[in-house]
Structures are given as C-alpha cells and as structure tokens.
Design a protein around this ligand. Structure first.
Ligand code: AMP
Ligand code: MG
Length: 354
C-alpha cells in the first residue's frame, strides 16, 4: 500500500516527517519533493531497500543513484578526499541542484553507485527533502521518482501515475521549483566535465570556478556516453509514449524553425491523422489553424525558466492527447536551454535540423 502525505512544502509538519523517516528507517521506499524533481528515496546504507529502488523503477542496475545529504558532516559518510575545487563548488552551490562525482566511501553499498568506485552526491535545497534526511539521520539515495525512461515527475500526481501501489509513501509537497534534474559535474578532471546539464547553468559554474567546463556531445543529448563517464546517459530517457520528433533550431533563426515545423507537418499528414505540436507561446499561432493539428504551449521562448518548469509536465500531457505523432520545437542551447535540449533530444526518436 502507498500512503500519500500532503505537506506544506515550505514548512512541513514535523509529525509527518517523523512518520515518513521511520518508513525509510525500516527499509521502505518514499517519494519526496526536491527543488528539481521528485525523488524516490531509500536509506543509503540499507542495501535491500536500495535494490528495491531499481526494481520498482525498472532501472538497470548499472545506472547509479544520487545520494542526498542534509549537512557537510554527512558528506564524509558517503565520500572521501574532497578537493579544493570541489569545496569551492560546495560552498557556492549547496544546498542546491549541483551533483558532484566523488570517490566512494567504502561503507556505501556498491548497488548505490552501480558498481562504480565513485558516488554522486548533492545537498537539496528543499525544506521537505532536508527535513527528511535530517530526521532519518543519514543520507538518502534517490533517483527521480518515475518509471525508467518516462518523463521525470514534477508533481506528486506524476509519481502516482508511475509508482502508486509499488512504493510505501509519497510526500506531496506540490509542484517542484526548477522542474528539471540537478547539474552533474565531475570536477576531478582537467578541465572539469559536465556529465549532465541541469538546473544550475554550466556558465554559472564556470564563473565560480574561474575556468572552462568541458561540455561533451552526450551532455548536449547527442551521441552516447561511455560507461565510466555517465552510465545513465546510455539509456532512453524522459520519453513520452507518443513518438516524438524534435525540430532543432541549429540556425538560431525562429522563422527557419517555424518553416521547418510547417513543412514537416505537411509531410507527416499523409501518414498520420492526428499530429501534436509542442511549441513556444510566440510561435503557437503558426500551427493553430491547421486541420488535424493540436498545439500544446510549453512556455515563452524568452523565458527559458518557464519552458524548463513546464517541460516534463508537457511531455506527460502530450500522451493524454492521444496523437499519432508529436513534433516539438527546440530552444537555444544557452543557460537552462542546454538542459532542456539535452532532455528533448533524449525524449525524441528523431531529430530534424532547422
Ligand atoms: P536520476 O536521479 O534519475 O536523474 O539519476 C541519477 C543520475 O546520476 C544518472 O544519470 C546517473 O548516471 C548519474 N550518476 C550517479 N552516480 C554517478 C557516478 N558515480 N558517476 C557518474 N554519474 C553518476
Ligand atoms: Mg531519472
């Protein structure tokens, strides 16, 4: 049975936090809000519970989980040998959506790190997540609380859609702030490498470090990562059930993008009777009057934060419209746009350049 607890996200009821922490303590699985997306948590040192996280999500065992901590003392329970560069990032960005790859403390069960000698760690900036970890008294291992391959959950409703009946509790703290996962950096290499773009733009991280961060193709959602770098990047991700085509504005021109979407719609019309277009607010009117076309607005092209927040919700809404095929407009790969494009490229089966 799955118990659902509603809480005030800014000031969670301590009674609820105590109950939920005790579920985790006895090896249960709990979905909870963070500032990025909802996480599916297990007590990090409980190997059986962590194993169950992979099983209920249907996640491959070599795709490691992120360890969530609520204090710097907890960092040393799961990692070792923190470098000066990492201290700099921690001081500036924690609590917040930055995940660091660090040497694994041997106490951490191998199943948490997918068999790797490194762990991924972050301190979430969400009152519910922090209160829960603090009350448990030890770190929580938590990937996103969705079924593997599905869009990440940005509300308790999404968690219910994917995991109701399979986990012990869901803490409903409303809609998450960023709506996209944390930024993952390996700061042990020269230069540091961006493994996954996320809620903190890489430009901000470069500013704090005073050096460039390498952005490999797989961080842009192109090509594939090798196992050692970012295991999770090898799997199909974030995808709606509706087959999705991304129209990628590599030219940087909005008029070129709109023309390409329109010509693609004309081509697809012979084969598909219902086409859905996920578009920005500014360009939606170009498609609205077309017969057999439904338009879903994702947000303003000039407010990438809004687009980011709506991204996963929109991919889930797409499925409720029962379209034969979906087309999604791409965005500029700058700031949060890099994370949005990473997710859209992974969520789509085909990419058309515009
Ligand atoms: P999720 O929380 O569902 O977004 O998944 C956690 C992400 O962190 C996955 O993409 C993993 O590949 C990544 N990750 C976790 N641990 C490591 C690690 N030790 N090295 C590289 N990537 C990691
Ligand atoms: Mg995930």
């Amino acid at each position: 049975m799955t118990r659902v607890f509603k809480v005030d996200p800014l000031n969670p009821d301590q009674d609820v936090i105590r109950q939920v922490a005790s579920i985790l303590r006895s090896g249960g699985l709990v979905a909870f809000p963070t500032e990025t997306v909802y996480g599916l948590g297990a007590a990090v040192f409980n190997e059986q519970a962590v194993r169950r996280v992979y099983i209920v999500k249907q996640r491959p065992f070599d795709n490691p989980l992120i360890i969530h901590i609520s204090s710097l003392e907890m960092l040393y329970l799961v990692a070792e040998d923190i470098s000066e560069r990492e201290v700099k990032l921690i001081e500036k960005f924690w609590p917040g959506p930055l995940t660091l790859i660090l040497p694994r403390n041997p106490r951490v069960p191998r199943v948490v790190s997918g068999g790797l000698d490194t762990v991924a760690v972050r301190m979430p900036a969400h009152p519910v997540a922090l209160a829960l970890i603090r009350e448990l008294g030890e770190p929580i291992a938590a990937p996103s609380a969705n079924l593997a391959g599905r869009p990440s959950p940005t509300s308790a409703e999404h968690v219910i859609q994917d995991l109701y009946g399979k986990i012990d509790a869901i803490v409903d703290g409303g809609v998450t702030l960023y709506g996209i996962e944390s930024t993952i950096i390996n700061a042990r290499t020269n230069p540091p490498i961006l493994l996954r773009p996320g809620a903190y733009p890489v430009e901000e991280i470069e500013r704090v470090l005073g050096e460039k961060v390498a952005v490999p193709d797989y961080a842009r959602g192109l090509g594939e990562a090798t196992l050692a770098l970012a295991p999770g990047m090898r799997y199909r991700h974030y995808a709606p059930e509706t087959p999705l085509i991304l129209v990628d504005p590599v030219s940087g021109r909005i008029d070129t993008l709109v023309s390409k979407v329109l010509s693609t719609i004309m081509e697809l019309r012979d084969m598909y009777s219902k086409i859905c277009v996920v578009s920005s607010k500014e360009t939606a009117n170009a498609y609205r009057s077309l017969e057999g076309v439904s338009v879903i607005e994702i947000g303003s092209r000039w407010n990438i934060f809004e687009v980011t927040r709506n991204l996963f919700k929109t991919l889930r809404i797409l499925d409720t419209l029962k379209c034969d095929i979906g087309l999604v407009e791409g965005f500029e790969e700058r700031g949060l746009g890099l994370a949005v494009m990473n997710r859209l490229r992974k969520a789509s089966y085909k990419r058309i350049l515009a």
